[in-house]
Design a protein around this ligand. Structure first.
Ligand code: SF4
Length: 383
């Protein structure tokens, strides 16, 4: 008979199989507003009574989009285009596209063109130099601007109290996920990385209240099963996984790490820890709190520059906190922002981190499982 955590994880796995179908079923008649790209204040969508979801890549290889999008675009944007061509985004009220890179900016326009007036594309822009004084003002205005654009779909103003309430809902969700990650950090391997990937994909596609309840139940089950010895931490060299920006971590990397005996103790992924690692201040005026949270977010991102807060040092800290000996940075093919960011991260890590660092390149469509497995295995053997 399956243990409780396995049963709960099976529910997450089911929800994460087809995120858009899940969102349609789970939105309880509320309109859905999706976000694409990393770090958007979903609280504003929630406060308007819509269900926010994060658009993810499909599991299937990119097909129809190949006729519309250059092959030298990342798999995430090509998969988004595929979903648009297949008219899978038409059920949303709007899609907010964060201007993380040139590729996302382009895809927003292409999706708008492909779907005609069926998908409302709203661009959301953060300056690259995130902490410059002029940028801070711009970010405050852009968050206000997003609020006004959500109000356009709502047909009335979003009350300040509703935003404050949504911040609480999201913080409660973030704390539940942070607790799950702490459980994994303290007993790495007690939950498989694929299962954790399913959890994060699922919680991006369902109401945050339901996500929180499900995660809290899972946390209780894992804690009880660890305490009575039903499940245990896995032995093996501990690792941190970073990168993969907008896209879920390629399963081939997880398989390669686990079959080589490595244990992932923490991650620095957007479809992972980065999605929930920053709380929004509940004691502040809600719009100011959101602005501050998105300027001073935990974990610098290579799509923005922050010379005083380099990602290599953040990764070093993450690895040391988890007792990890190695860091694997995962670079998605044609993700230009990460090509440059990764070089700086690796240089900083080589100079400052006592463990080892290694980069692996993944592609949504290319079957490079064998090559990834060989390279990851040799890295883990040398830890
Ligand atoms: S994965 Fe990289 S290239 Fe693709 S949309 Fe995200 S930031 Fe842009």
């Amino acid at each position: 008979m399956s243990i409780k955590s396995e049963l709960l994880l099976a529910k997450f796995a089911e929800l994460s199989k087809d995120p858009l179908e899940t969102a349609k079923k789970e939105c309880e008649g509320k309109g859905v507003i999706a976000v694409s790209g990393m770090y958007l204040p979903e609280e504003l969508i929630h406060a308007a009574g819509f269900m926010p979801i994060v658009l993810l890549e499909q599991n299937e290889p990119v097909a129809a989009a190949n006729a519309h999008v250059q092959p030298f675009m990342c798999g995430y944007v090509r998969s988004l285009m595929d979903q648009a061509i297949e008219k899978k985004l038409s059920f949303t009220k709007a899609v907010f596209v964060k201007d993380c890179c040139h590729e996302l900016r382009m895809i927003g326009d292409l999706v708008r063109h492909t779907q005609g007036d069926k998908v409302n594309i709203e661009f959301f822009f953060f300056p690259v130099t995130i902490k410059a004084e002029a940028s801070k003002k711009f970010i405050a205005e852009e968050i206000q601007n997003m609020k006004e654009r959500v109000e356009k779909y709502l047909g009335k103003k979003i009350e300040e109290e509703a935003i404050a309430e949504s911040i609480k809902v999201f913080n409660r969700f973030r704390l539940a996920m942070q607790e799950l990650y702490a459980i994994r950090r303290n007993a790495p391997g007690c939950i498989s990385e694929m299962a954790l990937r399913d959890v994060v994909r699922a919680v991006m596609s369902i109401p945050k209240e339901k996500a929180t309840d499900m995660v809290l139940e899972l946390n209780e089950a894992l804690k009880a099963e660890l305490a009575d010895g039903t499940i245990k931490a896995k032995k093996g060299p501990k690792l941190i996984i970073s990168g993969s920006l907008c896209e879920s971590l390629e399963p081939a990397v997880i398989k390669a790490v686990e079959s080589a005996g490595g244990v992932i103790a923490d991650d620095d992924l957007y479809v992972g820890g980065r999605y929930f690692n920053t709380l929004v201040d509940e004691g502040e005026d809600p719009m100011t709190a959101l602005t501050q949270a998105y300027i001073y977010r935990n974990g610098p991102c290579c799509t923005q520059t922050d010379p005083d807060n380099r990602n290599g040092f953040y990764l070093k800290q993450l690895a040391e906190n988890a007792g990890a000996k190695g860091i694997i940075t995962v670079v998605i093919k044609f993700c230009e922002a990460h090509y440059f960011g990764n070089l700086a991260d690796v240089n900083d890590l080589k100079a400052n981190f006592k463990g080892k660092v290694f980069s692996v390149f993944t592609d949504h469509d290319t079957d490079s499982e064998g090559q990834i497995a060989t390279r990851v295995q040799s890295f883990i053997e040398n830890l």
